[in-house]
Design a binder for this molecule. Structure first.
Ligand code: PGA
Length: 215
């Protein structure tokens, strides 16, 4: 079973999200080999949830959560609020580290809160120097120079990174950075790589599906 995680980032409005999912649901997804996780901006979660309620193997995730549990934190979206709405949360994406100054301590708190509220963290790391909190079961290796540039990292280098991480518990190791239908098979051929975090290519349901079909 491979993960195919769509990270829409700050893209799409309500109409575009509905069009995306309506199209995606017409495509013949094989539920035994792919676990699809769609991570839209927060306001689009609920309309997508309604659309997928009778489908198998399509899950929802968010791209971040608050490091506060709940309370007087204007503008924050907490794990408590998200409980029951999403199954996954991306934590520590390099864009959050860069533009929102997220540090290790914040990311550890977010991971802990996600776990407390039954939301599975997808922890992004840029390299082996980024700390991985205990209990994380999905690690996404996303080298910064590969994100949105068309310069995907070679499978060899991705596997070398996995070796360096040397994580003690069973975990899923996924790759992200300029994944598309032309380069996806080489990673999928490796039993050591458990799927993808896909940005740009996931914005088009047909292109995203072309990657999934290779799995
Ligand atoms: P990309 O983004 O597929 O557009 O390179 C990946 C990511 O940032 O998660």
């Amino acid at each position: 079973m491979k993960y195919f995680i769509a990270n829409w980032k700050a893209n799409k409005n309500l109409n575009e999200a509905v069009q995306w999912i309506d199209k995606f649901l017409t495509l013949p997804l094989r539920s035994d080999s792919a676990k699809v996780v769609v991570c839209p901006p927060y306001p689009l979660i609920f309309p997508l949830k309604e659309k997928i309620k009778n489908t198998k193997n399509i899950y929802l995730g968010v791209q971040d959560i608050s490091s506060f549990e709940f309370g007087s934190y204007t503008g924050e979206v907490s794990a408590k609020t998200l409980q029951g709405l999403v199954e996954y949360v991306i934590i520590g994406h390099s864009e959050r580290r860069k533009y929102f100054n997220e540090n290790t301590q914040t990311l550890f708190k977010k991971t802990q809160l996600a776990k407390t509220y039954g939301i599975e963290p997808i922890l992004c790391i840029r390299d082996e120097k980024d700390a991985i909190p205990d209990r994380v079961q999905i690690v996404a290796y996303e080298p910064v120079y590969a994100i949105g540039t068309g310069n995907n990292e070679s499978v060899k280098k991705v596997l070398e990174m996995k070796q360096k991480l040397n994580l003690p518990i069973p975990y899923s190791f996924i790759y992200g950075g300029s994944v598309n239908k032309d380069n996806a098979s080489s990673y999928l051929d490796s039993s050591e790589i458990d799927g993808f975090l896909v940005g740009g290519t996931s914005l088009d349901p047909t292109e995203f599906f072309k990657i999934i079909k290779l799995g």
